[in-house]
Each structure stands twice: as structure tokens, then as C-alpha cells.
Design a protein around this ligand. Structure first.
Ligand code: PLP
Length: 297
């Protein structure tokens, strides 16, 4: 499953001129027509591994609006796997756009009560799933594991323009770990947390240790731009996204990428970056989520 080498686009803005910042966007939202963005990067080596292990079914977990569920359903249909989505909570009468898409791609939706869902990594629950569905290739919620990180390391090897700092939004920490592992301390990485709280730094440490990254320097997680927490928005964020899209012709969504670009512009305004800094912002995709999130109305 070959992915396209995604383009790098420079954006221009009076603020950037004033502060002497060069701002590049790595357009990973364009890397696959269906399974776009970082979820595609994270699936690539997992799908190869599933084939190696002779599994014909992928089973994974997610909430009803999960970009990962969407991506696994699309990837399964494109690359010849059956897919099972274990969805947190109960079924609703009408499917939201994410689940409707997943089902249209052939994904079987299996709803799990919240109590069991919390224990989804425990052997008892996994055994139940196996006895119901047979042996499947299991992907964790959000898709982050060692092979997912390996897929994200490739983002770095693909970038052929010089930069000082690379940034990405952070959910589980898989993508940012790939960037850190790929750079191995040579350049700075800043992850923008889409979640409230300060726990992601430890998660990233754990992930980096799991994949055997030796150089753990030169990265940070910015926790000031979560806008109240996962999938929470504020009018300020929405108007920023609308203006950004108008000015630069790059679509964003409010869960991950909108918060990162908002944060970057805010930090630039507040002189966080030295004059002359070249920023490479990774656009991680997720745009299909906008269909279930009528924030433009
Ligand atoms: C899932 C997702 C992220 C978070 O990636 P992690 O590897 O879980 O940190 C960021 N951006 C978008 C658009 C996503 O869908």
C-alpha cells in the first residue's frame, strides 16, 4: 500500500512577515483519498503485519466519531480486509456520518457498554470478542502501537525542505512519537494536545521507550490550546478556522488541526519563536469529521 508523497505548501500572512517566520504546511490531509492523514500512516505497517500473520479481519475500537474507525473501515475496503468496529456506548437509531461511512465500507459495528469498553484491553473482554468473531488482527483505540509509530517516522524521511521546528496535533501521542523518533533529537518537535490535562508527555515517553528511541531530547507537548478538552470548541476557534481557510485555501477541522494552527499563530504573535524560524506544521487530515460536526452553520 503505497502512499503519495504529500506536498509541502508555504503560507503567507502579514503576521508571519512582521515576525520573520517562514511557515510551511506538510499536507498529509492529501495522502489518500479515503483514509487520509495520520491514520493512514499509522495503518500502513499494521496492514502489512496483518497480511503476514494471515489475518483477514481487522478489529478495532473507538467512539462514535472516531477518525480511526473511519480510517480502518476505509482501509479494510481498499486493501481487502473484513473489519469490525467495537463502538463505545449504545447504538443510535440513525448512524452519524462516521459510522454510516464505516458501515458503507463493510465494517461490522459491534456496540459495547461503557463499563466493558473501559476494560477492552483486558484478556476477558478480548477472549469474548475472539469467541464471537474468531481470530482477528487487533488494532488499539486510536491506532497507536509500535508499527503505527514506524509509519509516522516516514513523514520525516519524506520531508525534503529545511525547517527548525515541526509540529503536529496530539491525541494518543503516536504521531508525535513518530516525528520525535524520526528526528532523533536533531530538530525540535512540538505536539499540540487536543485533550485537556498534562498526561500526554508521559504517554509519549512510554511510547518512545517501547520503540527503542534513544534520543529523547528536543520535544515538548503544548497543553494551552485544548479549548476545554477533546472535541470542545469555542467561537474564537471557529472564526479562526474560517479565516484561515479563506486566507490560505487549506481546510481544517476543529478537533485537532484547527487547535494546532490556532496555537501556532498565537505563539507567533507572542514571540515564542525567534525571528528567522522555519516552522513545518503537519496537517494530519481528519477532515471527514467535519461532516458530523456542523460547526460552520
Ligand atoms: C487521530 C488524529 C490525531 C491524533 O493522532 P495521535 O497519533 O493519536 O496522537 C491528530 N490529528 C488528526 C486529524 C487525527 O485524526
Amino acid at each position: 500500500m503505497q502512499s503519495l508523497k504529500t506536498p509541502i505548501q508555504e503560507i503567507r500572512d502579514p503576521l508571519l512577515d512582521e515576525k520573520g517566520i517562514k511557515f510551511l504546511v506538510k499536507r498529509d490531509d492529501l495522502n489518500h483519498p479515503v483514509v487520509s492523514g495520520n491514520k493512514f500512516r499509522k495503518l500502513k505497517y499494521n496492514l502489512e503485519q496483518a497480511k503476514l500473520e494471515g489475518r483477514d479481519t481487522l478489529l478495532t475500537f473507538g467512539g462514535a466519531f472516531s477518525n480511526h474507525i473511519y480510517a480502518v473501515a476505509g482501509a479494510g475496503a481498499s486493501f481487502g480486509f473484513k473489519t469490525i468496529g467495537v463502538i463505545r456506548g449504545e447504538a443510535h437509531e440513525t448512524l452519524n456520518p462516521t459510522l454510516a461511512f464505516a458501515q458503507s465500507q463493510g465494517m461490522y459495528l459491534h456496540y459495547m457498554d461503557r463499563e466493558s469498553y473501559r476494560r477492552k484491553s483486558e484478556p476477558e473482554i478480548l477472549e469474548q470478542l475472539e469467541s464471537q468473531f474468531g481470530k482477528c488482527y487487533i488494532l488499539p483505540e486510536g491506532g497507536t502501537n509500535g508499527l503505527a509509530i514506524k509509519g509516522c517516522v516516514e513523514i520525516i524521511s519524506e520531508v525534503d525542505q529545511d525547517f527548525d521546528v515541526i509540529t503536529c496535533p496530539v491525541g494518543t501521542g503516536g504521531t508525535v512519537s513518530g516525528l520525535i523518533a524520526g528526528l532523533n533529537g536533531t530538530k525540535r518537535v512540538i505536539g499540540f494536545s487536543a485533550l485537556k490535562g498534562d498526561f500526554l508527555k508521559d504517554e509519549v515517553y512510554t511510547l518512545l521507550e517501547e520503540v527503542g528511541t534513544e534520543n529523547l531530547r528536543n520535544w515538548s507537548i503544548q497543553t494551552d490550546y485544548h479549548f476545554g478538552g477533546y472535541a470542545k470548541v469555542k467561537p474564537d476557534l471557529i472564526s479562526f478556522i474560517q479565516e484561515f481557510e479563506r486566507a490560505h485555501n487549506i481546510p481544517l477541522e476543529p478537533i485537532y488541526t484547527g487547535k494546532m494552527f490556532y496555537g501556532l499563530f498565537d505563539m507567533i504573535r507572542n514571540d515564542f519563536f525567534e525571528k528567522g524560524t522555519v516552522i513545518m506544521a503537519l496537517h494530519t487530515g481528519g477532515l471527514q469529521g467535519n461532516a458530523g460536526f456542523d460547526f460552520r452553520a
